[in-house]
Design a binder for this molecule. Structure first.
Ligand code: FES
Ligand SMILES: [Fe+2]
Length: 422
């Protein structure tokens, strides 16, 4: 099998390209139990559902290639159990939620939220089976309306991370999303580190200032990485960073920012996880952040409620005005990286993939892939922001470019070092 696409060097060369037999990078993209990527992803907490959707019946969900039953018992505790009853396999989505735990509908075996078998009513009174056997369960944590699960080895479970952007004064968090894209998580998530697509795909629905391709840099930070987009807007230099909190959470600064008013370290508009449901299905879910200065039509700017995040428009209209869904899903169920021809603007995508590979290697070699910053006491410092600095343009083009780069570098150094807010 060819390693990379043939680099075509002539006209009408389709025949040569069609002979390439290229495959997806399995180690990077597979998410199931025991796969390298799946083991890496299992070291982190992932949002799997909205708390408000859990009423008196269980929900069948799929996460990281596993089928599970999620429920809230009568005493308000969340349970996330392997879908199939350990007796003879009936799905617990048909289970009966009880004051304590859930009962299988078929023969009445009952389970606590931690997997303890509470009852095996058909067994002899002196049976010890229920005291010896456990059912598969995962820890669950509810936070501000989202239900999170940890599906990794119990001894490696990190504390639930609370980011500073979740606890800002005057901001309100609202759970958002749940839309599923029929493709692999890597091609969904790397989009967040591809700011150039904004100038093309989104020039139609973001503010005019986003149509300017920024001067770009990509930086690693204690939680992962961020891009630094620097734009000249009149007498201001606008530094905008979206961050990637590894492995699959990104936070973006407001897309309604215009760069016209100087400001320091304005905080994110959204926090979005791409949760792999299986190898070729990915759920976008997270929080919208609202503060008192947000525009009244704020929803318009948020991914997911914005157009183009789902195939919810007529096909021909999507062809004429495609959105993120069309761009990401049309790559195919799993992007074949060997087919790509990465350019200078893809540095963020390459860095993201490298960080995922490093995390996978950490797990494979017995190291903890959770960065120390994510185990910090209290809230965890994050890095997405807009900072707008008054700085007149320079006449000399080279000097102006140097100025943009310098301001971008200095602001980002301050942000990473925690010198904001001042
Ligand atoms: S299959 Fe669940 S109790 Fe028998
Ligand atoms: Fe986009």
């Amino acid at each position: 099998m060819a390693k990379r696409a043939t680099f075509l060097r002539g006209e009408y060369a389709g025949y040569r390209a069609a002979l390439d037999r290229l495959a997806a990078d399995e180690a990077l993209t597979r998410v199931g139990p025991g796969t390298p990527g799946g083991e890496y992803l299992r070291r982190f907490w992932h949002p799997v559902a909205f708390a408000a959707d859990l009423k008196d019946v269980p929900r069948r969900i799929r996460v990281l290639g596993e089928d599970l039953a999620l429920f809230r018992d009568g005493s308000g505790r969340f349970g996330l159990l392997a879908l199939h009853c350990p007796h003879r396999g009936t799905s617990l989505e048909f289970g009966i939620v009880r004051e304590r735990g859930i009962m299988c509908c078929y023969h009445g075996w009952a389970f606590d939220v931690n997997g303890r078998i509470l009852e095996t009513p058909g067994e002899p009174a002196d049976s010890t089976l229920k005291d010896r056997l456990w059912h598969g369960a995962y820890p669950v944590h509810e936070f501000k309306g989202l239900v999170f699960a940890y599906m990794g080895p119990p001894e490696a479970r990190p504390p639930f991370p609370v980011y500073d952007s979740f606890e800002l004064e005057n901001y309100r968090l609202e759970p958002w999303g749940g839309n599923v894209l029929p493709c692999n998580w890597i091609q969904v998530k790397e989009n967040a580190m591809d700011p150039v697509h904004t100038a093309f795909l989104h020039s139609i629905n973001f503010t005019g200032s986003f149509g300017v391709i920024p001067e770009l840099d990509f930086r690693e930070n204690p939680l992962g990485m961020m891009y630094v987009g620097v734009r000249r807007i009149g007498g201001n230099v606008w530094v905008r960073s979206t961050e990637m909190i590894m492995p699959n959470l990104h936070q973006l600064a407001p897309t309604f920012e215009t760069g016209e008013t100087p400001k320091t370290f304005s905080r994110p508009m959204q926090s979005i996880w791409a949760v792999p449901l299986d190898d070729t299905h990915t759920m976008n879910i997270g929080f919208n952040h609202y503060d008192e200065i947000d525009p009244p039509d704020m929803e318009r700017y948020c991914l997911g409620t914005d157009f183009g995040q789902m195939p919810d428009r007529p096909y021909e209209e999507r062809q004429r005005l495609p959105g993120d869904y069309d761009a990401q899903v049309s790559i195919g169920p799993t992007a074949i990286h060997a087919r790509e021809h990465l350019g200078a603007t893809d540095r963020g995508v390459s860095l993201f993939r490298r960080l995922v590979r490093e995390g996978i290697r950490d797990v494979a070699e017995g190291r903890d892939p959770v960065p120390p910053a994510q185990r910090a006491e209290g809230t965890i410092r994050t890095f997405a922001h807009d900072t707008i600095v008054a700085a007149p343009a320079m006449d000399d083009e080279a000097a102006e470019l140097e100025q943009l780069r310098r301001i971008g570098r200095e602001v980002t150094d301050d942000v990473i070092a925690g010198r904001y807010p001042r």
